[in-house]
Design a protein around this ligand. Structure first.
Ligand SMILES: [Fe+2]
Ligand SMILES: [Fe+2]
Length: 267
């Protein structure tokens, strides 16, 4: 885990990153939205569990959380979920209903604490309404982001993620090439169906997101993007024509594993 930091006055980023030896890093972000009823958005990596709970405690007493919004049940978002459900006994778990049921096949999800949401649903968190929003790209059909109209903030799940040379707090620290290359590498891996998408239908989806006019885009896998939605959408629009992602073969996998072992030895 890295040090938590703020975006504006109402959002704390709980940042981690996953090294991809020879390539760069994938940012792994959870967020705390300091609405009147505070919301934790996602629960980090399981390998970070102790540090994640410490990072969360540094910004809020977990017992004060009213909501845990799980964007989807992928393991890079659920790492500390079970622990935080225990530490936040009042909090309800807001997520796609079928995602909750799928997790329930691995561990006993407290289904009576689940509030199932579908895109378009609204959640009243005391001082604002959060709109459940389908992200334009995704690797999991349960993916459910948030649009906070009161601050024009889009929590975009895996959309707009990137594999980067580093994970700075400000997107401006990356060059245009690093951003476009990193987002393309991520999206061809994370949403390979983009290559199959009808271009007109995809552009209608991207137009819908553009129409939201999000000032702040808070992706799970990108440094906070302020005032950059048009540039991000332009990159995504070009991804169907990019080179498809190629999964590592055995030699490439062994090289990654050796790189990870070297990173672990340094730590
Ligand atoms: Fe995912
Ligand atoms: Fe993810």
């Amino acid at each position: 885990m890295d040090q938590p930091y703020r975006v504006g006055t109402d959002v704390h980023v709980l940042p981690s990153q996953l090294p991809v030896p020879g390539v760069g890093v994938i940012p792994i972000h959870a967020f705390v939205l300091m609405s009147r009823q505070p919301v934790l958005i996602d629960c980090g990596l399981g390998i970070d569990a102790d540090a994640f709970v410490d990072a969360l405690r540094s910004v809020i007493d977990p017992a004060d959380l009213a909501w845990i919004w799980l964007t989807h049940d992928d393991s890079d978002h659920t790492g500390s979920l079970q622990r935080i459900l225990e530490l936040a006994p009042q909090a309800r778990l807001v997520t796609h209903g079928l995602g909750a049921l799928r997790m329930n096949t691995s561990w006993a999800v407290p289904l009576d604490r689940v509030m199932a949401v579908a895109p378009g649903d609204r959640l009243d968190v005391g001082d604002r309404m959060l709109r459940a929003t389908r992200p334009p790209t995704y690797d999991n059909p349960m993916s459910t982001g948030i649009f906070d109209e009161s601050t024009s903030t889009f929590f975009s799940v895996d959309s707009f993620g990137a594999i980067l040379p580093s994970s700075p707090r400000h997107l401006e620290e990356l060059s245009d090439e690093e951003l476009a290359g990193g987002m393309t590498a991520w999206a061809t891996f994370d949403s390979p169906w983009l290559h199959l998408a009808d271009p007109e239908r995809l552009s209608r989806v991207l137009d819908t997101v553009r129409g939201m006019g999000a000032e702040r885009v808070l992706s799970s896998h990108l440094p906070p993007a302020i005032g950059r939605i048009d540039a991000l959408l332009e990159i995504v629009a070009a991804i169907p024509d990019a080179e498809p992602f190629v999964a590592p073969d055995e030699a490439a996998f062994n090289a990654i594993a050796a790189g990870l072992a070297a990173v672990a030895a340094e730590a």
